[in-house]
Design a protein around this ligand. Structure first.
Ligand SMILES: Cc1cc2nc3c(=O)[nH]c(=O)nc-3n(C[C@H](O)[C@H](O)[C@H](O)COP(=O)(O)OP(=O)(O)OC[C@H]3O[C@@H](n4cnc5c(N)ncnc54)[C@H](O)[C@@H]3O)c2cc1C
Length: 255
């Protein structure tokens, strides 16, 4: 159970950040993950009134506010038309409709959960994270940077011509992925993200030439990715599943 003494709904991020840095306070997205923890805070900062529930498209990029729920995200025509529903399909398979009505984009990206399916998918696109204090950071750099007190305002995705594929495997429908992978191919480059290893997703970028022999390329890539055991799967099982999924995804985007 999570406990708060005070509940605030700031109207903007300046107000939210002042409270976050001056009190023992916690940002709330959908509270779906937070309420599973056993913690006490002085103040809950609910961003519901901070006008972060937008999805906008310009000529070069798509902007998604931190308080957009996964249901709104998947149902939005801008997202469902992007790469033939690549991101919509990822989020539609996360938990139930009722939970996706609560879960927010901010609460999914900011905590850098290792099991996150959405982070793995976004890594192979050109995604940037916009933080109130630390500004704009590429998603892959954000994942490798220690950021304690900040607020995720929005993410942006650059519109680029890409062929993409996402694969994952779970023990049961509502469980976390045992492994998740995403692949994107541009004119001469391939990006591969592997998450739920069970650690945080990693991103590998290679020239298209590297994949002339996909079987050989995958063997070489697997030597560079670290897998571990947890209660869902062993390291060896993860490696074997990753190998099969990676080959399938690469064949989809390359051949
Ligand atoms: C039972 C269960 C099963 C799940 N299964 C999957 C799965 O299979 N695949 C998958 O990808 N995900 C899964 N998730 C994770 C889910 O997709 C969300 O990532 C998670 O629940 C948090 O979403 P939320 O909006 O409720 O965040 P919250 O619980 O409100 O917050 C989570 C953390 O993020 C911080 N935070 C929230 N918003 C912001 C912001 N704007 N700026 C800064 N910090 C912020 C909070 O302070 C907190 O530390 C699962 C979650 C649960 C509870």
């Amino acid at each position: 159970m999570i406990y708060f003494k005070e509940y605030l709904k700031p109207k903007n991020l300046q107000e939210a950040y002042e409270v976050l840095t001056s009190k023992n306070a916690k940002i709330i997205g959908g509270a779906t993950f937070l309420k599973l923890s056993n913690q006490s805070f002085e103040t809950a900062i609910d961003l519901i009134d901070a006008k972060l529930d937008f999805i906008r498209e310009s000529e070069n990029e798509i902007e998604i506010g931190a308080m957009v729920t996964l249901s709104e995200f998947g149902d939005n025509p801008i997202i469902s038309n992007l790469y033939n529903g690549f991101l919509k399909n990822i989020t539609e398979n996360i938990l139930s409709f009722q939970m996706r009505n609560l879960i927010t984009v901010g609460g999914t990206i900011f905590p850098k959960f290792g099991f996150s399916d959405l982070i793995t998918g976004l890594l192979v696109l050109e995604t940037e994270v916009h933080l109130y204090k630390n500004g704009k950071i590429r998603l892959e750099d954000f994942l490798n940077t220690k950021i304690q007190k900040d607020i995720l305002e929005k993410i942006t995705i650059k519109k680029k011509p890409l062929a993409v594929s996402f694969k994952n495997i779970k023990n049961s429908e509502y469980d976390f992925s045992i492994i998740n992978i995403a692949v994107s191919k541009s004119e001469n480059e391939v990006k591969i993200a592997v998450g739920a290893r069970p650690a945080m997703a990693v991103l590998i970028t290679k020239d298209l030439n590297f994949f002339e022999d996909i079987d050989k390329a995958v063997e070489s890539l697997l030597n560079k990715i670290k897998f571990s055991d947890d209660l869902r799967a062993s390291k060896i099982y993860r490696q074997k599943v990753c190998k099969a999924l990676l080959k399938r995804a690469l064949r989809e985007v390359i051949q």
